[in-house]
Design a binder for this molecule. Sequence first.
Ligand code: ADP
Ligand code: ADP
Ligand code: MG
Length: 472
Amino acid sequence: MIKKILVANRGEIAVRIVRACAEMGITSAAIYSDADRNALHVKKADEAYNIGPDPVGGYLNAHRIVNLAVTAGCDALHPGYGFLSENPQFAEICARRGIIYIGPSAEVIRRMGDKIEARRTMIAAGLPVVPGSDGNLKDVNEAVKLARKIGYPVMLKATTGGGGRGIRRCDNEDELRRNYERVVSEATKAFGAADVFLEKSIVNPRHIEVQVLGDRHGHVIHLFERDCSIQRRHQKLVEIAPSPQLSEAQRVEVCALAVRAAQAVGYQNAGTVEFLFDQDGKFYFMEMNTRLQVEHTVTEQITGIDIVQEQINIAAGEPLSYRQADVQRRGFAIQFRINAEDPKNDFLPNFGRITRYYAPGGPGVRTDAAIYTGYEFPPYYDSMCAKLTIWALTWNKVLERSRRALLDMGVSGVKTTIPYHLQILQAEEFRAAKFDTAFVERHPELINYSVRRPPAHLAAAVAAALAAHHGL
Ligand code: ADP
Ligand code: ADP
Ligand code: MG
């Protein structure tokens, strides 16, 4: 039995975990930096502990966070995503201090966090893997030699990379030579390791990933796939479940591959197996994410399964609440990442006071937000300020409902990706479910929208209310 969980994260995902705890009768303990004093996760958790003035460093201090979990009387810790969620030492420290880590074992986190190790493991398990390096590249000459063998274009990737960083496509030898040092330095800066490797670049692929759950009793199931092909600079913007681009046979195939991958590493807890799906209908294993993902909400909406609660049950040693045959899917769900960014200015993050936040509602609408009216959105963290997840029975209906909800949603004070999402929804390729990872790049015209202004009477009313509230 788990009675109290330390939520080792911030923002919307911390709020999400607190909500799961509340429904399970588990006490939640939040942590917060000085900059996060007024953050929503601090207000929503049962308890909250300050971790000091360093805005980012505090959330990355594994020893201190686990110490806090111990002194606060927690029996478990949830890492969320980002920060320490894919750090094997963090899981190890928890184990050593008698805190249940809500995630897979340190050994599996380490093995899958190294993309070369992951590739080797999956090749041994008989999965189709993108053709590429067997190990880290020694130098640029080895890269050039290998690229000649596998053929251009190639992808140069940071071995321990994540979050879409440390990845560059090279269309020819010139580009490869130019990019090599760049990726090595990006990898060193972002991930603290200079290791890079090379993979064949799949031309205009779709990103298809499968949510899996494994328990401590040897059961592994999948919760179907997500289509995360709508990306900008290798970062996901829109995620869909199930993929509207797969046939039922392809769905069965990729889900079976994911279960085989998870079984091959004895996977326990929630994880995601990512694949590239090429124009000839072939799947290639790309990587495995050993944590809860940003886009888990779309899977929850089509299956009705609370993935965070399952994570907690699995960590407590319970068998999975569902057998594969119990997992049913219904309809389509789309998640829109609402980022505090200005699409018209190269998606430049912009932070500041949220002068008004209105969460859309109505049938099939879910919001996972980190903001509220009057909240000062701090500049130190991810620019994602909310996730809007829409469900409907059919693809056409989910498109209509998404438009309605995006128009209904109100975020003032910072520029957001909402108008850009409305543009994506209008694009013929998107509506016809014929899009790949090059969609955003191929459609620069989607940036040419005119900004919708809030009705004047509303803007004036909000300004007056805020002025009164802040005693101005
Ligand atoms: P998902 O894979 O769940 O779609 P992302 O790739 O967007 O999620 O990553 C989730 C969050 O974690 C983002 O805020 C991203 O910046 C961060 N992140 C992911 N991988 C790493 C990493 N290896 N190091 C640091 N931050 C990371
Ligand atoms: P991260 O760990 O940052 O999530 P991934 O290996 O998952 O990195 O790659 C992120 C994205 O980059 C993919 O979703 C895909 O769009 C693109 N990508 C990665 N590898 C390839 C490849 N070999 N061919 C084509 N696109 C790729
Ligand atoms: Mg990935």
